[in-house]
Design a protein around this ligand. Structure first.
Ligand SMILES: Cc1cc2nc3c(=O)[nH]c(=O)nc-3n(C[C@H](O)[C@H](O)[C@H](O)COP(=O)(O)OP(=O)(O)OC[C@H]3O[C@@H](n4cnc5c(N)ncnc54)[C@H](O)[C@@H]3O)c2cc1C
Length: 315
């Protein structure tokens, strides 16, 4: 192996963190950039006054492959995830104390620059130039793990990787977070038909390690989310609340202790790429993330791991 190349990873979600960990295990110290102030991307947790806490992105984690199962077991031993329940023989895990728990566990020891939104990835002498509002830096290798439309936006218009990604489909998801008073009585989980306007309603506070105050999270279906995507957040909340009341069979009013909506413009992969990642002909620019393989967190992990394995072969 030659002198360690300078490697940048865009995105501190599951794909980016997985890739970084694999590289770090081989003595390479990649720099991870994320536009967010926190870690984990769509593995996210919102905390609010009144002790409320919501997993408004990924709901839970399941493992189909042995490798991802091993990661979840290691995280469980470290107290970063816990079993919530078992569904059809499959263990269902959640992050501790929120979904970001897994990301924080994985990020240990990594070099992460938060709150840096990369605006362009341009070809430069000696590699790739990453640009952001206040600066720029050239790296030998760059791995982009942003959702597919955001990856497209970073690359030059005629870049071949950009064209390959255009076939990928991602659905939006509007999320509602409701913090209730302790005497509100709602069932722990509500089963909905996929055709309903809501795809998920759950009392998040029934997950292990959560604060003992009723916190409800609802996700609108892709179709409903698409139709209401550009509304103001307060209006999204106002329109989702009656849907939640209907699903619960109770009437929730807007004077709740906490009520807020979140817009996931790129939430769930509807049409994956069909291969674990993309690499350009110079083998120095990579693009990965869940959108390569499917709609589950494990797909992001598989993609991130596959990118790292190829990066290591090219060094
Ligand atoms: C509402 C919802 C429910 C879900 N439910 C489940 C579930 O129950 N089970 C499950 O397995 N999966 C679920 N998922 C999917 C799961 O969350 C994703 O598959 C996984 O988290 C994707 O990881 P990723 O690393 O590919 O992308 P992300 O988590 O999106 O990470 C990409 C990162 O890139 C950063 N980024 C983007 N652009 C830039 C830029 N220009 N500069 C710097 N940083 C940038 C972002 O801030 C983000 O942190 C759900 C997702 C959503 C939104």
């Amino acid at each position: 192996m030659r002198a360690s190349p300078r490697i940048a990873i865009i995105g501190a979600g599951l794909a980016g963190l997985t890739c970084a960990r694999e590289l770090a295990a081989q003595g390479i110290d990649p720099v991870i950039f994320d536009k967010g102030r926190g870690l984990g991307g769509r593995l996210s947790t919102r905390r609010a006054e009144g002790g409320f806490q919501f997993d408004h992105g990924a709901r839970y984690l399941t493992a189909r492959g042995e490798d991802f199962a091993s990661l979840l077991l290691a995280a469980e031993t470290a107290g970063a995830v816990a079993r919530w329940h078992v569904e059809e023989g499959e263990a269902v895990f959640v992050g501790i104390p929120g979904m970001t728990g897994l990301a924080k566990f994985m990020a240990d020891g990594l070099n992460i620059r938060k709150a840096v939104r990369i605006t362009h990835v341009r070809e430069a002498e000696g590699g790739w130039r990453l640009e952001w509002k206040e600066g720029a830096e050239v790296f030998d290798r760059v791995v982009i793990t942003a959702p597919s439309p955001q990856t497209i936006a970073l690359l030059a218009e005629d870049h071949p990787i950009r064209r390959s990604i255009e076939s990928v489909g991602m659905d939006p998801c509007l999320a509602l977070m409701v913090g209730m008073s302790p005497d509100e009585r709602v069932p722990p989980t509500i089963q909905l038909q996929p055709s309903d306007d809501l795809s998920w309603v759950v009392l998040d506070s029934t997950k292990p390690g959560r604060p003992d105050v009723p916190c409800l999270v609802a996700h609108a279906s892709p179709d409903w989310s698409r139709r209401h995507l550009e509304l103001e957040m307060t209006e999204i909340a106002q329109r989702m609340l009656p849907l939640v009341s209907q699903a619960l069979g109770t009437r929730l009013t807007e004077d709740l202790p906490y009520l807020s909506a979140h817009r996931w413009r790129y939430a769930l992969v509807s049409k994956p790429l069909g291969q674990p990642f993309l690499v350009d002909k110079t083998q120095t620019l990579f693009a990965g993330g869940d959108w390569c393989l499917g709609a589950r967190a494990e797909d992001a992990w598989t993609s991130g791991k596959a990118v790292a394995s190829t990066v290591l072969k090219t060094i």
